[in-house]
Design a binder for this molecule. Structure first.
Ligand SMILES: *[C@@H]1O[C@H](CO)[C@@H](O)[C@H](O)[C@H]1NC(C)=O
Ligand SMILES: *[C@@H]1O[C@H](CO)[C@@H](O)[C@H](O)[C@H]1NC(C)=O
Ligand SMILES: *[C@@H]1O[C@H](CO)[C@@H](O)[C@H](O)[C@H]1NC(C)=O
Ligand SMILES: *[C@@H]1O[C@H](CO)[C@@H](O)[C@H](O)[C@H]1NC(C)=O
Ligand SMILES: *[C@@H]1O[C@H](CO)[C@@H](O)[C@H](O)[C@H]1NC(C)=O
Length: 365
């Protein structure tokens, strides 16, 4: 009898120790979990020097917590600080918007998306070089009138803070696009649009906002006249992961010069991008050929070369699984004006304004 009691006592004692042991372990783990996730994430500068991968969780979290704008639920506040009489006022109506932009290449890109790319949920754009989300915007019409969403990337502080006031219904990422597959820091000249500099007798206030970055083409002595700003750069794919949008219908790339190196960072097997619209204006024949060859090697077909509106020159490429050859253009030829009108305005048959449609059909193409 006593031996059994002793045994059960030992058992009790064992359970007791077990509870203490696991309890302590549990409390230890709980305590360590919280601070760890914070402590273990290096600073951005450390991530740059460690060359962390573009899928690194800490890097994605950094974008989400420090460089992010969430799609707004507030009404649009479409204003622009870029004060230039030549800039269009964004109209309230989709057809008006089209009339203002009718020679803009994004319209051809939109028609290509709707003709060739199967609809897999809400359409999505990625606009790299988004400025304030209004000026020269390639994607505002898509978002405002056609219910697209997506990701807007802009490096310049002032453009980005303006963008935040516009209440776009897309993610904004305040960073520059890295030209390598890890984060980096770039030295930028702020866009002169806000600073109003005079260089060699030229007033650089009223220029294309993107020219801020183009000014690196000036000679070194002149470059010294500028204050540089340091901008964190993240790979495009990191921005897509942060927004949880690795499938993109239209990728607009307009970053004044480093397009090819940015494209090279994309993991094409993971990021599903249907159509590219890439600014080629100002590039040499050789650079353009290299971009074409690169995208072809990644399974894209050159679709069209366009210029007009706010875009002096863009090339459009379509993932070859959607567009195999020029034979597919037959699809476009067969499309009626009414169908094109519906794509552009997002109108259903019952909502079509007959006058608008007639005007559209009578317009020269
Ligand atoms: C816009 O797209 C979202 C997501 O697909 C959908 O829930 C919503 O109903 C759409 N809105 C309109 C006006 O089509
Ligand atoms: C609209 O944008 C302007 C300019 O960025 C800003 O000053 C103003 O506060 C914004 N209004 C709202 C309601 O967000
Ligand atoms: C500055 O302007 C003068 C006169 O227009 C011109 O001759 C000179 O080449 C310009 N310098 C640079 C560096 O552009
Ligand atoms: C440059 O142009 C802007 C806008 O027209 C003007 O406000 C500014 O005074 C000009 N700067 C110089 C130095 O002329
Ligand atoms: C990311 O998107 C996928 C599919 O679009 C969805 O199933 C998933 O829940 C999303 N993840 C987060 C964290 O929102």
């Amino acid at each position: 009898m006593p031996s059994i009691r002793l045994l059960s006592k030992t058992k009790d004692l064992k359970s007791f120790y077990c509870i203490i042991l696991f309890g302590t372990l549990f409390i230890y783990l709980i305590n360590i979990q919280e601070p760890r996730s914070i402590i273990e994430c290096p600073t951005f500068e450390e991530m740059v020097s460690r060359k962390v991968d573009m899928e690194d969780k800490c890097l994605v979290n950094y974008v989400k917590s420090r460089r992010f704008y969430h799609p707004s639920v507030l009404p649009y506040n479409i204003t622009t600080r870029i004060d230039d009489a030549n800039l269009p006022v964004i109209p309230h109506d989709s057809f008006q918007s089209y009339l203002d932009a009718q020679d803009d290449p994004w319209i051809a890109a939109l028609i290509a998306v709707e003709t060739f790319v199967p609809k897999r949920g809400q359409r999505r754009f990625l606009e790299c070089g988004a400025l304030d989300g209004v000026t020269f915007s390639t994607t505002l019409h898509l978002e405002k009138f056609l219910n697209w969403t997506g990701v807007l990337i802009e490096a310049d502080d002032r453009f980005f803070s303006d963008l935040e006031h516009v209440h776009r219904k897309a993610y904004g990422v305040h960073a520059c696009a890295s030209t390598s597959s890890h984060p980096s820091i770039a030295r930028f000249k702020p866009s002169p649009i806000f600073t109003g500099v005079t260089i060699n007798g030229t007033n650089f206030t009223n220029v294309n906002p993107g020219d801020g970055y183009l000014l690196n083409k000036l000679n070194e002595q002149m470059q010294n006249d500028f204050d540089f700003i340091e901008v964190p750069c993240i790979p495009i794919y990191t921005a897509l992961l942060a927004a949880n949008m690795t499938r993109i219908d239209l990728f607009v790339l307009d970053i004044e010069g480093t397009e090819l190196n940015v494209l090279k960072t994309l993991p094409f097997e993971k990021a599903d991008i249907a159509i590219f619209m890439i600014e080629i204006y100002g590039k040499s024949e050789e650079e353009i050929r290299t971009i074409h060859k690169f995208l072809q090697s990644k399974g894209y077909t050159f679709y069209d070369s366009l210029h007009g509106g706010m875009h002096p020159g863009d090339d459009i490429f379509i993932k070859s699984e959607y567009y195999r050859s020029e034979d597919d253009l037959v699809k476009l030829d067969k499309m009626t004006n009414r169908e094109i009108f519906k794509i552009i305005t997002g109108k259903r048959d019952e909502n079509i304004d007959t006058k608008d449609l007639e005007l559209f059909i009578s317009m020269p193409t």
